[in-house]
Design a protein around this ligand. Sequence first.
Ligand code: NAD
Length: 356
Amino acid sequence: MNNTILVTGGAGFIGANFVLDWLAAGLGRVVNLDKLTYAGNLQNLQDVAQHPDHVFVHGDIGDRALVAKLLAEHKPRAILNFAAESHVDRSIHGPEDFIQTNVVGTFHLLEEARHYWSSLDTSEQGAFRFLHVSTDEVYGTLAAHDPAFTETKPYAPNSPYSASKAASDHLVRAYQHTYGLPTLTTNCSNNYGPYHFPEKLIPLCLLNALAGKPLPIYGDGQQIRDWLYVKDHCSAIRRVLEAGRVGETYNVGGWNEKANLDVVQLLCDILDSLQPRKDGQSYREQITFVKDRPGHDRRYAIDASKLYSELGWKPQESFETGIRKTVAWYLEHQDWVENVNSGEYRRWLDQHYAES
Ligand code: NAD
């Protein structure tokens, strides 16, 4: 075993940010296993395409033979499971992929992790970790004055996405209790930041605003979410990997509860100052209320005090500073935006594979 980690889903939004930060900090080798679904984008990893410590592997976490081969070949000291189907709306229209990847895929990954871990010697077994990246949506919804979710809150998922993540969290827990696999689970609130696929609220509204299109807000826009800058989520995962207690779960959040409408209005205000509309109107003019999502949870709020008190982690960005950085990143990366919007990143992928 060496200083290699196996990251799954490392071409997606959070996984790619994690891999980029990990390599920039010189923390060791990364074997990056990603199926490259519509959400996986190798352009997110362009800066490390030639990095000697980055090995990209195109494949599925549910492919047992491939996972076994990667574990035997690279002998990682940890597996970090970011791979998932992650979009609630897509889970409502087509839940099957969510069950396949989030539940069955995680099960296969756990099975191979267990076999690999059993083959290690005692000191290697003690050092090994399986870190599962999950969401606060597993806890269900809160009323306005309910206390924020702690790690002891019973699970009550309300969408096929959150139910599939809850199932995977339970499997991870069971593998620790039953087989002794040294697992860690993180449950994080809504992330935002660079490389966010433009189907999610913040990048969708940002890009629609710039394109002169409506900014769609579900229902009355008063659904409350906690928001965390993606780089802070990545630092929390690094901290839990380093010092988290085996078998524990850690909530990760930004102490930033905001109603969706407030988030979009703030975005509009920042855009008004950085790139004003040509007609002098505010981008707020483009806000449009649309029919609410079925079963839409009203409020999520996360209590991350365990992570703070046990491991000393806290976020670096406030919502206001993080959102400004995010807007600036999108304005500076119009090529990335255009490639994603036009589907060009898929062609780039095909070309990349044709050449390699
Ligand atoms: P994403 O959809 O942007 O990326 C998911 C990645 O996983 C993609 O690169 C995709 O190609 C890959 N993938 C999908 N199925 C796969 C499979 N079967 N095998 C291998 N790779 C596969 O998602 P994200 O927003 O980066 O989320 C990453 C993880 O963090 C997910 O587990 C998600 O549940 C969790 N999470 C996300 C948020 C958020 O706000 N985005 C918040 C909390 C937790």
